[in-house]
Design a protein around this ligand. Structure first.
Ligand code: ITT
Length: 194
């Protein structure tokens, strides 16, 4: 089965490739010639994931899925949330986003936060949603060189390391995206058994 993964984020693509069984071929947006930014104008992760998936299905008439992810910090009432990519501005700059978040949390003791991913799948004329959450905390400095986005300042519960210090295999086994992708793959397996 061929499925387009509607993301311009190469890090997401690499993570998801590692979780995709060999009978599913992931096609990137660049492979179908989609280079434009897909406007994320929804008011929730669910809406934005569907907007991205629908854009590809409607314009290219291809089965596809999209991921929308947010980092929700409890002391900030769920911010940056759906604005995680552009928290510090339109540049989508990870360093600036982390700096802004660390500034917002100076002197705040409740550092608890979670990543949440929603995946929207458009296949055979219907849409299905899958979710994944990982709980953790925002530490007060950046640690680690791997991963992307907010990984250097997010330490998942039960670990001493940030996501940027853990291997991709370990991150994928516990992460928001890893959990959502697992649910997606179970769904696809069930469909192919029908
Ligand atoms: P696409 O919309 O093209 O998929 P994007 O980077 O804009 O790419 P999102 O809209 O889902 O993706 O934005 C979520 C932002 O949250 C993303 O830019 C990162 O800054 C951050 N993020 C998402 N997943 C993450 C992860 O696994 N680890 C760290 N930060 C993450």
């Amino acid at each position: 089965m061929q499925l387009v993964f509607a993301t311009h984020n190469q890090n997401k693509l690499e993570e998801v490739k590692k979780l995709t069984p060999s009978n599913i071929t992931l096609i990137s947006l660049s492979e179908i010639g989609c280079t434009e930014d897909i406007p994320e104008i929804g008011k929730s992760l669910e809406e934005n994931a569907q907007i991205k998936a629908n854009y590809v299905t409607e314009k290219y008439n291809l089965p596809c899925f999209a991921d929308d992810t947010g980092l929700l910090v409890n002391a900030l009432k769920g911010a940056p949330g759906i604005y995680s990519a552009r928290y510090a501005g339109e540049g989508k700059n990870a360093e600036e986003n982390m700096n802004k978040l660390l500034d917002e949390l100076v002197n705040i003791t409740d550092r608890s936060a979670h990543f949440k991913t929603i995946i929207a799948l458009n296949l055979q004329g219907s849409t299905s949603l899958f979710d994944g959450i990982v709980e953790g905390e925002i530490i007060s400095e950046k640690l680690g060189d791997d991963g992307f986005g907010y990984d250097p300042i997010f330490r998942p519960n039960g670990y001493q390391e940030t996501f940027a210090q853990l291997s991709l295999a370990t991150k994928n086994s516990i992460s928001h995206r890893g959990k959502a992708i697992q649910k997606l793959m179970i769904h696809l397996r069930q469909l192919s058994n029908v």
